[in-house]
Design a protein around this ligand. Sequence first.
Ligand code: SF4
Length: 299
Amino acid sequence: MEVLAKKGREENAWIYLARFRNSREHLVEFVDSVEPGIPREKKWCINISTQFGCPVNCRLCDAGGSFNGNLTAEELLAQVKYVLGTRNFMRTEKLKVHYARMGEPLLNPSLIASLLELPEICRPNTPMACVATTAPAGSYQQLVKLAEIKDKIYRAGKFQLQFSVNSTDEGVRDYLMPVKKMSLQELAEFGERFWDKSDRKINLNFALARNIPVEPEVVGKLFNPEKFLIKVTPVNPTRNAEINGLESMVGFEGKPDLEIAAKFRELGFEVIVSIGAKEEIDIGSNCGQYVKMWNTVNC
Ligand code: SF4
């Protein structure tokens, strides 16, 4: 792996652009970030890419548009090692490794092998692994394997699964995330089998966009609040979101008192309203943007 560039700020995020296999077809981004006001010694987040581009092509993300294959387990872990190495593998109280940058992690068969090796390369820290997915229909077996690994080596809250839901209307979900994927009913049924009482709740992520239907009652009928929580995020200001007219219902300043969050809470769900720092948006840290910019400038 060759790191070609980095941008960002120490107090928010460093975004790295790297090339694998000595080929411009094999560029990825990965991120070293902190939560505002919390030092890396307390909480440190690393967000890695799983594919070269993304075949899913979500309407609110810039990672799609091209797809040049999967990273190997070694290439997945190289991103984590690089970030840890920049700080000499220092100790932190909480290390989160997100498989959530470019690519749909469940479409990469090397995801499982990399999760098996991750704890070893994170020493002296014990990582919490987070996998964010649209839950493509054909990757059900990968989810089953994730459940096995979670029970084997990421017990007691060291694993976080996040489903990108975005709307409660299946037709609109298909529009936003144009891949054949598990229905809401199937996600709920899978969660029932996946979740164990020592686990973190499974996140149902909604990037709230104007005119995109989200009905808390539909979620309430299908999902158990003891096993699932709701995460509400803004639609990041990506080029694709703009082209597709997806305007965020959640701003980036402060924490809005969202009516929809209140409705979910009334139904018994824990709700996290997760708003990226404005500085992060200014860095242009949204998924796929750095690789796209690099290709535009250097082609
Ligand atoms: S949101 Fe995830 S799955 Fe969708 S295009 Fe972006 S990287 Fe791919």
